[in-house]
Design a protein around this ligand. Structure first.
Ligand code: 5CA
Ligand code: ZN
Length: 432
């Protein structure tokens, strides 16, 4: 799938630091980069009701990671999926009388346009389930052959009992797992399953439902968790440095997907080595973002309390202010959106923009000895403070505060460096 156009990223002097990231599975701070490569898999949208502020908050968190890694010289490989066939999408299409393909393609277009507007760096591979069908069929066949899956009539389920490490991410007790599984798309009551928690890998064709050639599996469509596991293994290889998404994906989605990955080849469909039987886990670090609420509840499609990026922009809100409003929250915290956040962010944007060197005065950008340069830290010190904040588990509020201090000094001895740093690290272009 076509992604979107990348904004330019100015190069900064020196080098940033590789961030230490809170890993949900271990609860520890880790640097998951190996061999200079940062392999990033971020769960993409199910294309309806996009793009709301909750989605944007999540994708901006990973955009920050992407930018901070690049500044640290990491070779970033970024993959994102699109759940362009799944029950909720079909239900919405049915309820609104729209063809599911049209719904998906319109919403994917909107998401791409919103991501460009917010200056989010695009993934290198942007993969829809529909285009990854053969890959997913192969993954399910591999699991069947490994004895990690079984058939129930025309469907295929994963056998969680084959994976003694299942649950290593969420560490939830069986009751909590049962509750979340039922709430988040699972089918605990399906007769014939070996365990109520076993997740669907392949749903055999049902009358009136879209279906694809499943080769030996028969016609049908894939389950949800196998989608992200198989796409990550294929396009990044294992282990993946970071798998990310909102906290609502910890269980069952990421625990199940990781379990599936333990039976898949470490280099996608091309390899023959799985991580099963080794101490190597398929995902080195799980990063989960807090959930954005509005009007007292998590912003969610099912509740309908959504604030759309495209609507805010149509109302005249500067996308840079949206970005700053979101970045003013640490990515792991859940928070409730209020329109006042946009006003605060707009005021901050205006203060920062005053620092922009006047384009009509050549040389002003690099002028040393600005108005306040004799007092306070120089620009290089300010840059280091911004970088240090971001290396500390992507502490964006601290990074914004560090830019505030820099801007209050008029950019210190190098306003152009402030402009470049804000662009490269925070994705905000102060020039326009
Ligand atoms: N397609 C699946 C992932 S494979 C999915 O969860 N799609 S989604 O459209 O429902 O969500 C896309 C991403 O936005 C997920 O990472 C999800 O955790 C995140 N997200 C959804 N709602 C919120 C919210 N209110 N706050 C923060 N992140 C959210
Ligand atoms: Zn996913």
């Amino acid at each position: 799938m076509q992604s979107w156009t990348s904004p330019a990223i100015p190069a900064l002097p020196g080098r940033g630091h590789r961030p230490r990231l809170h890993d949900t599975a271990s609860g520890e701070r880790v640097d998951p980069v190996t061999g200079g490569v940062g392999a990033l898999y971020v769960c993409g949208i199910t294309p309806y009701d996009s793009t709301h502020l909750g989605h944007a908050f999540t994708y901006l968190a990973f955009d920050t990671l992407n930018r901070v890694w690049r500044d640290a010289g990491v070779d970033v490989r970024y993959v994102q999926n699109i759940t362009d066939i799944d029950d909720p999408l079909l239900e919405r299409a049915e309820a609104t009388g729209v063809d599911w393909r049209d719904l998906a393609s319109d919403q994917i277009d909107l998401f791409r346009s919103d991501m460009s507007t917010l200056r989010v760096l695009p993934p290198d591979h942007y993969i829809g389930v529909v285009e990854a069908m053969d890959l997913l069929v192969t993954a399910v066949e591999t699991m069947l052959a490994a004895g990690a899956a079984y058939r129930v009539e025309q469907d295929v389920y994963a056998d969680l009992s084959a994976d003694e490490r299942f649950g290593s991410l969420s560490h939830l007790d069986p009751e909590a797992m049962a509750t979340l599984f039922a709430e988040r798309g699972g089918d605990p009551d399906r007769p014939g399953k070996r365990d109520p928690l076993d997740p669907l890998l392949w749903r055999g064709q049902r009358p009136g439902e879209p279906h694809w050639d499943g080769h030996g599996l028969g016609p049908g469509r894939p389950g949800w968790h196998i989608e992200c596991g198989a796409i990550a293994a294929e396009y990044l290889g294992l282990p993946v440095s970071v798998q990310g998404g909102g906290q609502d994906l910890i269980f069952p989605h990421h625990d199940m997907g990781t379990s599936h990955l333990r039976f898949l080849p470490a280099s996608g469909t091309h390899g023959d080595q799985s991580t099963q039987g080794t101490s190597q886990e398929p995902i080195r670090c799980f990063v989960h973002t807090g959930l954005v609420a509005y009007q007292g509840h998590k912003m969610s499609k099912s509740l309908g309390n959504l604030v759309f990026i495209s609507r805010l922009v149509a109302q005249g809100v500067d996308p840079r202010a949206i970005r700053l409003a979101l970045l003013d929250h640490t990515y792991r915290d859940s928070w409730e959106f209020a329109h006042a956040h946009l006003e605060t962010a707009g005021a901050r944007l205006a203060r920062w923009r005053r620092v922009v060197p006047d384009r009509d005065e050549p040389g002003a950008a690099n002028a040393s000895g600005g108005p306040s340069s004799s007092q306070g830290p120089n620009a290089v010190t300010h840059l280091e403070r911004v970088r240090a904040a971001l290396a500390d588990d992507l502490d964006t509020p601290a990074a914004l505060a560090a830019v505030d201090a820099w801007a209050s000094q008029g950019g210190a001895d190098n306003p152009a460096l402030l402009v470049d740093a804000v662009d490269a690290l925070l994705g905000v272009d102060l020039r326009s």
